[in-house]
Write a protein that binds this ligand. Structure first.
Ligand SMILES: C=CC1=C(C)c2cc3[nH]c(cc4nc(cc5[nH]c(cc1n2)c(C)c5CCC(=O)O)C(CCC(=O)O)=C4C)c(C)c3C=C
Ligand SMILES: [Fe+2]
Ligand SMILES: [Fe+2]
Length: 361
């Protein structure tokens, strides 16, 4: 099928600009069933997320899920919504602004930094078009997920490519695939844990809870499980934790199929029953707090742990606007921009200027 080309609103500029586009998952517009319905419909109609035959899933989604889940999920969102809005949107917006400030402070010129959401608003297509209007000719896309999964990173990139598919005059493009073992990211996580220990004392154990995915995706070759385990191992090594002092588990199971194990809820129950007195809990796979960390882990997880006889439950917030994380994100972006963008004191430019002035003399 031919894809109709829509004319790009591209303003030619003699100083070509480079864009950095952060992409996160997205969130409903409001914590209401009415706002949850279109958000969940878009999210759960994504075949990278739900990999069962389309016709069967259409019946289940429209017949059951979209009738029941919006109300239940809206209640959960209402419990974490802030005066500024949904935490996921609030943190992503702030991260984007802080990254722009840091890149500008580092002297990188002609850069446009923006963010978009895979589901909901602002859409990837609308932000990409705006960036083209601003004269962006080269684009670096950074999905805000440290670990690669088909259902997170790949679908975010699909959405970028879908938008480019309809542009007559498309930008040059680079993508970040993952940063699960990027040393500055591991360092930022470690310092977040150390700051928590400094303020509250060390726990008996550190639980690292990652978002789950269906088990069959691992069997089919999705590297997500391995990348989560690697992040966990690198963080534990940096914190000098023995295998007995930390545990990796997977949360947010959706549907009846088997997901990655161990499940966070089962792990919390087992740790509580085993008499764990002080449990530290973090979610290294989310760079900003959101429904899955604030409601499912900080609230529901705590209840599971306490009702099964556990002692103190200490949730460690995500990286959010932490300066070490912003340094890591800036370093990640700079590494991927390599060669695309220069500062006035770039050695190659300096040499060029020297040659030019030599030629004039
Ligand atoms: C960290 C990466 C994520 C992966 C991988 C992921 C896979 C995945 N998710 C669902 C279903 C739902 N996830 C929901 C919320 C949600 N998921 C992530 C991240 C990943 N999901 C985030 C950051 C959030 C929070 C969004 C927010 O607004 O704060 C939801 C919506 C809420 C609900 O109704 O429970 C669903 C549904 C599947 C099926 C899946 C992999 C197959
Ligand atoms: Fe999810
Ligand atoms: Fe959840």
């Amino acid at each position: 099928m031919a894809v109709p080309l829509t004319e790009p609103a591209f303003r030619h500029s003699y100083t070509s600009k480079t864009g950095v586009l952060l992409i996160n998952l997205g969130t409903p517009d409001a914590p209401t069933a009415k706002a949850l319905r279109p958000y969940l419909k878009q999210f759960l109609s994504d075949q990278r997320v739900i990999e069962i035959p389309k016709a069967l899933w259409w019946l289940i989604l429209n017949g059951i899920i979209l009738n029941l889940r919006p109300r239940k999920s809206a209640e959960k969102y209402a419990s974490i919504w802030s005066s500024e809005g949904s935490p996921l949107l609030v943190h992503t917006r702030k991260q984007s602004q802080l990254l722009a400030d840091k890149l500008a402070a580092a002297g990188l010129e002609n850069l446009v930094v923006d963010f978009a959401m895979r589901y909901g608003k602002p859409s990837v297509d609308s932000v990409l078009r705006r960036m083209r209007e601003q004269g962006v000719e080269r684009l670096l896309v950074v999905p805000l997920y440290p670990q690669y999964a088909g259902s997170s990173v790949a679908t975010a990139l699909d959405e970028v490519f879908r938008s480019l598919l309809r542009m007559r005059n498309m930008p040059e493009i680079r993508t970040v695939r993952h940063f699960h073992d990027f040393p500055p990211y591991i360092e930022a996580l470690a310092r977040q844990v150390e700051a928590h220990w400094q303020a509250n004392g060390r726990g008996d154990k550190l639980l690292m809870s990652f978002h789950g995915v269906p088990r069959f995706t691992l069997d089919k070759g999705d590297p997500y499980h391995c990348e989560c385990l690697k992040t966990g191992r690198l963080l534990a090594e940096r914190l000098q934790l023995s295998k007995e002092q930390y545990v990796v588990a997977f949360q947010s199971r959706f549907g009846k199929a088997e997901w990655l194990k161990p499940y966070t809820a089962d792990t919390l129950t087992a740790l509580a029953r085993a008499g764990t007195q002080k449990l530290d809990v973090m979610c290294p796979g989310f760079v900003g707090d959101c429904l899955e960390t604030l409601e499912e882990i900080a609230m529901e997880g705590k209840e599971i742990f306490l009702t099964n006889g556990g002692g103190e439950y200490r949730y460690i917030p995500c990286l959010n606007e932490d300066p070490n994380w912003l340094n890591a994100l800036t370093a990640l972006v700079r590494q991927h921009l390599g060669g695309w963008i220069t500062t006035p004191d770039d050695p190659v430019l300096r040499q060029q200027r020297a040659q030019d002035s030599g030629a004039k003399n």
